[in-house]
Design a protein around this ligand. Structure first.
Ligand code: SF4
Length: 321
């Protein structure tokens, strides 16, 4: 396992570190404008989750766990799906024009349950869209079997690039170092890498730089730097969410530094899609429920079309479809 110290950037490529430092010293409007210009013409990607099994082995659970909060109101959405139900959900998601599916579950340990590969094989046979996995840190053998079953990529965020911050919200379950190793292993087994971290957990500037240098080294496909959002009935429900303008500044720095990466933001709460677009996002998380027609894909498309019209009326670069 590599040494990962957020307080030390020793050994980093000096040119890349200088570039990052200059970006951190640049004012926010200039960063946002540059990031948006880089995203102009980049294909938009809509990505929707299919939750295979919402139960999780992290004990105690993470102090910010969104699923713990949402699952209390909708336990059926987080119960383990049958393969038939997962395939039906995937087909529905593809039918809404979504280009990327991510299969998700709570953390099941470093060795994935054997039936996960059957889920991937069955869904692969039924849909043509990209398939990513989101199962937390897993070992290389599990990643290789996901790839062999037909998975295209794997989404494993670092959660926080700072070890101390990481343990403040995740007292059990997988570790930061195991997540770093998982991301490295994705590259080694040939899975596309989708990674990032959560913003607003007390991460340091050095930690953010360390993470961005790591992502640059691995030439990642997709990036999600999402702002912390408090959820009711979690231990962190009283914590303040971060300011989204300051969040978008970090997203813009990452976009400029990582160049061709697909940058993802959420659609829905607190104008995150609009803030994300202003920082160069071309990827959007949407929810397509398995059991109703009230998904987010249709309103998101209308929102994106309006943004494109406004940008073209103003002569500004727009993210193309
Ligand atoms: S790993 Fe943490 S955040 Fe993820 S489902 Fe488990 S308890 Fe929730």
């Amino acid at each position: 396992m590599q040494n990962w110290s957020s307080s030390s950037l020793a050994g980093s490529d000096s040119d890349l570190l200088r570039e990052l430092t200059e970006l951190f010293e640049t004012n926010t409007p200039a960063l946002l404008e540059r990031a948006r210009a880089m995203a102009a013409g980049k294909k938009q990607i809509l990505s929707a989750p299919c939750i295979l099994d919402g139960s999780c082995q992290a004990d105690p659970p993470c102090r910010h766990c969104k699923w713990q909060s949402l699952g209390e109101g909708r336990p059926e959405s987080f119960a383990k799906k049958s393969i038939e139900a997962a395939v039906a959900h995937a087909v529905k998601i593809e039918g809404e024009g979504i280009g990327r599916l991510f299969l998700a579950s709570g953390w099941k340990g470093y060795d994935l349950p054997a039936d996960y590969y059957n889920f991937v094989r069955a869904i692969r046979a039924a849909v043509g869209m990209e398939i990513f996995g989101l199962f937390g840190a897993v070992n290389r053998s599990s990643l290789a079997q996901l790839k062999a079953a037909g998975m295209d990529g794997y989404l494993c965020g670092l959660e926080s690039p700072d070890e101390d911050a990481y343990r403040t919200f995740r007292p059990a379950g997988d570790t930061l170092l195991s997540r770093i190793q998982t991301v490295r292993d994705c590259r080694d087994v040939g899975l596309k890498i989708w990674t990032g971290f959560l913003y607003g957990f007390g991460e340091t500037e050095a930690g953010v730089k360390r993470a961005l240098l790591f992502f640059k080294e691995l030439d990642i496909d997709s990036l999600s730097i999402l702002p912390f959002e408090p959820f009711p009935n979690t231990e962190m429900e009283a914590h303040d969410p971060p300011n989204l303008y300051r969040w978008s500044r970090i997203v813009a720095i990452a976009k400029i530094f990582l160049r061709d990466v697909n940058v993802f933001t959420s659609f829905g709460a607190h104008n995150m899609a609009a803030y994300g677009r202003s920082a160069g996002a071309n990827g959007f998380y949407v929810v397509v429920p398995p059991d109703s027609a009230n998904g987010q894909a249709i309103p998101l498309r209308a929102d994106l079309a309006r943004a494109k019209e406004r940008a073209s009326a103003a002569g500004a670069p727009a993210v193309s479809r």
